[in-house]
Design a protein around this ligand. Structure first.
Ligand SMILES: *[C@@H]1O[C@H](CO)[C@@H](O)[C@H](O)[C@H]1NC(C)=O
Ligand SMILES: *[C@@H]1O[C@H](CO)[C@@H](O)[C@H](O)[C@H]1NC(C)=O
Length: 365
């Protein structure tokens, strides 16, 4: 039926807006993975992989360090904004109780990888299998609050973000030259192992009730300031070896995700091409308002890429002009741009669809 009057159109528009609002508001959100998405779990652990001291958090609303590996907001924070929710609490936070549980939880832990032995040097961190165990425990806690059936609905209706894999290269295969792992596997074989293990983790997530899962690839691993400082031999060229790793891994991840969706019979998993998103900054930083995508805002040595970002490091004054906050992690500004691409990017960035489309589809479900 065609709308007959201006009033009908107005009512229709309002109804659609309310629907789309409903699809987002009150939707729970879960995050799994590494330091790119950790928002403070490692603060509660005895580990060296932490971001709980100045100048981390300098641009966060509280201007204090939180455990996020950013000068301010990270990718989950920008996604929470899109959902109209408060920022997620880390699962280990004692404040995550009662009604706050219904917003979801962040299980991520800096330093971890797909494989259990990635990041062993960080000792006490929450590996992927453990993050998934915590997710089960979380569901039991919520069921005690609102019942099993409503808990299943909450989990099925949630948005999920998984960001893991970079450390399996940087903090495992390439941790030291001639690492045990690199002697065990040639790079193409290692990538296959990672994809097989990652697939198991994603299937487990599906078994646990996840139905909308954003899966990020790795960034351009060889172009982060740490790699420019350590390996980029001539004039800030990206490390060819790490770029080769990312170039092998990301397309296979996409294929794996397509296969998983075919297997479960719906578009549960969405591949986020973070490599392309970052490559855009790296190849033309000025187009995105960055002065540099090579030099980190906080650090020391060439490209501010050596060692940790601490109170004793160089700290840039115009933090929005840097694509990288520290030697490995994007700045708040870059994180915001990545989430913008997640929302409205073409299928080159978001496969098979972007978040706007997901919100629209789910509002009709
Ligand atoms: C990691 O460790 C857990 C617990 O020991 C085990 O269940 C899991 O299979 C391991 N994963 C891999 C990839 O080895
Ligand atoms: C993503 O989002 C925008 C806004 O809804 C939409 O117009 C566009 O077609 C989508 N991009 C794709 C699927 O390429």
């Amino acid at each position: 039926m065609a709308p007959r009057s201006f009033l009908d159109v107005l009512v229709l528009v309002l109804a659609l807006a309310a629907l789309s609002h409903r699809a987002k508001a009150g939707r729970s959100f879960f995050v799994f993975g590494d330091s790119l998405v950790d928002n403070g779990n490692n603060n509660y652990l005895a580990t060296t992989a932490r971001a709980d001291a100045y100048p981390y958090g300098i641009d966060f609303p509280t201007h204090r360090p939180t455990g996020r590996f950013s000068n301010g907001l990270n990718i989950p924070d920008y996604l929470s904004k899109q959902l109209g929710s408060e920022f997620l609490l880390p699962y280990l936070s004692p404040e995550l109780n009662g009604r706050r549980l219904l917003d979801g939880a962040n299980f991520a832990s800096a330093g971890i990888g797909i494989l259990n032995d990635t990041g062993i040097q960080f000792i006490n961190i929450i590996r992927m299998f453990r993050q998934l165990e915590y997710f089960e425990e979380y569901q039991k806690r919520v069921a005690a609050l609102i019942g099993a059936q409503k808990t299943t609905q909450l989990v099925n209706g949630a948005l999920v973000l998984v960001t893991v894999g970079g450390n399996d290269f940087v903090n495992n295969y390439y941790l030291v030259p001639f690492s045990a792992r690199s002697r065990q596997y040639a790079l193409p074989d290692y990538v296959k192992v990672l994809i097989v293990e990652y697939q198991k983790l994603l299937m487990r997530l599906h078994e646990l009730g996840a139905r909308r899962v954003l899966v990020t690839g790795t960034g351009p691993l060889g172009c982060v300031p740490a790699e420019l400082a350590m390996r980029g031999s001539n004039g800030g060229q990206c490390s060819a070896e790490l770029q080769r790793a990312a170039a092998l891994y990301n397309p296979q991840l996409l294929q794996m995700i397509k296969g998983l969706n075919a297997q479960v019979g719906s578009n549960v998993f969405v591949a986020v091409n973070t490599q392309q998103m970052h490559n855009d900054f790296v190849s033309n930083p000025q187009a995105f308002g960055f002065e540099t995508s090579k030099v980190a805002c906080c650090g020391q040595g060439p490209y501010n890429g050596l060692g940790l970002c601490t109170g004793a490091s160089n700290l840039c004054s115009n933090r929005d002009a840097y694509a990288f906050w520290d030697a490995f992690h994007p700045s708040q500004k870059a994180n915001g741009m990545i989430v913008k691409q997640m929302l409205s990017g073409s299928t080159k960035y978001m496969y098979p669809m972007n978040l706007t489309t997901i919100f629209e589809l789910d509002s009709r479900a």
